[in-house]
Design a binder for this molecule. Structure first.
Ligand code: SAH
Ligand code: SF4
Ligand code: F3S
Length: 473
């Protein structure tokens, strides 16, 4: 038997890329590849790239420069190192990569990962292989007969793709171009994945999609199911104690999703709901198709269904035309909502998007300054949110041994890491933890109850975060 070949994958970008990296590993396992954490002893290196902002996509070329050195070094030892570029830069600029970077053997777009073994074989026999196009009926291997797009269990928490692509066309965004039109996987396929993952010890499932609440998959009853209906079905699967979903669009929050938050204790009360800006003028220029008030109303609906719900968001500062007044409206919205955390980015023009043709009006200096002010506000809200946990008892799903010997780490409902001293037996359980202190973003505490005294751990307990503590900043 041939010795195993070693595969190193470096992923950038969103959760979808993390998930895709695992799929690629699983797709290549039958070809005799095993994962390695080091580039130097790899037979195949895959860069799983992101195109969302200029900084993200330029990383590819600097990384390829480093890989050329590693590839030459391997060749000096008589070993061939193959290099593949995958992900959204591959999809957007495949031909340019082939032209600019002779070190690359294979370029493969996100919809073609199930063809990786054939592409590697083609590169071996023909030199180089490029595949960023896909037949429409075979997008992402979604609709094809069983391919290993159903990933292996890796620990307690797992992503499952339910939806791929986006039809929203926000004027700044490359995703509709790199990931294509929206496609939802049939319910039966998702349920199969989750059943299998649960059998293999997974306790928490995060349903992912570029626009996950636009999910509209074919149900077993022949009807189209919404995300809320899908969540109800998944909550019935034995072993699954926590459900999450990401990333949502404010326009697609259906009543069934709100109902799921009201009815399903397993559905975690923490929602990532990007808004991008608090100014209606900028939201219109972004083609978000909602106003700041529409967004506030969506937040209110969630809060009415589940009072302990918390939110995170994404923001862009310095979009073309953004005035100081527009930016003030964003700060006002943040103050009003009160976030548990949020990401904020400087606007980056992306080739091929409508906003790239708009005249940029915000100077680099102003953008920096707005970003600092927004991040300062968000950080203070996040700190207040985390500090509010101290002295409370909260449920934690334990995931793994921590770096410090004897410590086990898990996450709260709000994805805060929480550490306790305990035996590894608690991994996979949801247990109440009395939170004593906060170290940067990590909570430290003690198990509130000896685990053996509790017949079955509850899926959740109430933790009240008054909106005052998070909006006060
Ligand atoms: N599907 C998600 C977001 C995908 S991209 C959604 O609809 O919200 C993740 C975040 O990157 C976006 O929410 C946005 O804040 C940011 N982003 C996308 N394009 C960008 C650009 N051209 N410049 C700066 N930030 C951008
Ligand atoms: Fe991009 Fe907008 Fe689609 Fe999100 S909804 S992926 S920001 S186009
Ligand atoms: Fe980046 Fe593509 Fe995700 S552009 S954010 S990796 S969908």
């Amino acid at each position: 038997m041939n010795p195993p070949r070693k595969l190193h994958i470096k992923s950038y970008g969103c959760q979808m890329n993390v998930y895709d990296a695992q799929r690629m590993v699983d797709t290549l396992a039958p070809e005799g590849f095993v994962e390695t954490s080091s580039v130097d002893d790899a037979d195949l290196v895959i860069l799983n790239t992101c195109h969302i902002r200029e900084k993200a996509s330029e990383k590819v070329y600097s990384e390829l420069g480093r890989l050329r050195v590693a590839k030459d070094e391997a060749a000096r030892h008589g070993r061939h190192m193959s290099i593949a570029v995958a992900g959204c830069v591959a999809q957007a600029e495949g031909n340019e990569i082939i032209r600019r970077a002779p070190v690359v053997d294979v370029v493969v777009g996100p919809q073609s990962y199930h063809h990786l073994p054939q592409l590697l074989a083609r590169a071996k026999s023909h030199g180089r292989a490029l595949e960023t196009e896909f037949p429409v009926d075979d997008k992402f291997g979604f609709l094809a007969p069983p391919k290993p797009e159903a990933i292996r269990a890796r620990g307690i928490s797992s992503f499952v793709t339910v939806q791929e692509g986006c039809d929203k066309f926000c004027t700044f965004c490359v995703v509709p171009y790199t990931r294509g039109a929206e496609v939802s996987r049939p319910v039966a396929r998702i349920v199969d994945d989750v059943l299998r993952l649960a059998d293999n010890g997974v306790r928490e499932i995060t349903l992912i999609g570029q626009n996950v609440n636009a999910y509209h998959g074919e149900g077993p009853d022949g009807r189209t199911w919404s995300l809320g209906t899908l969540l109800h079905r998944l909550a019935d699967i034995p072993g699954i104690v926590r459900l999450r979903y990401s990333t949502s669009h404010p326009r697609d929050v259906e009543e069934s999703l709100i109902a799921a938050h009201r009815d399903l204790p397993a559905l975690m009360p923490f929602v990532h709901l990007p808004v991008q800006s608090g100014s209606d003028r900028i939201l219109a220029a972004m083609n978000r198709k909602h106003t700041a008030d529409d967004y506030r109303r969506v937040i209110d609906r969630f809060r009415a269904a589940r009072q302990d719900i918390a939110f995170s968001s994404d923001f862009i500062v310095g979009f073309p035309g953004e005035t100081e007044e527009d930016f003030a409206a964003t700060l006002a919205l943040v103050r009003q909502i009160g976030y548990a955390g949020a990401y904020s980015f400087k606007y980056s023009p992306r080739p091929g998007t409508p906003a790239a043709d708009m005249r940029e009006t915000v100077s680099a200096g102003e953008m920096d300054e707005r970003l600092v002010r927004l991040q300062g506000l968000i950080d203070s809200q996040q700190s207040a949110f985390n500090a509010a946990t101290i002295g409370n008892t909260v449920d934690v799903l334990f995931e793994r041994a921590a770096r410090n010997p004897g410590q086990i780490v898990g996450r709260t409902a709000y994805l805060q890491p929480a550490h306790v001293m305990a035996s590894v037996d608690i991994i996979g359980q949801v247990l109440p933890v009395a939170i004593e202190s906060l170290e940067r973003y990590s909570l430290l505490g003690e198990l509130a109850d000896p685990p053996h005294a509790r017949p079955s751990p509850p899926a959740f307990s109430q933790m009240t975060i008054s909106s005052q503590t998070t909006t006060g900043a």
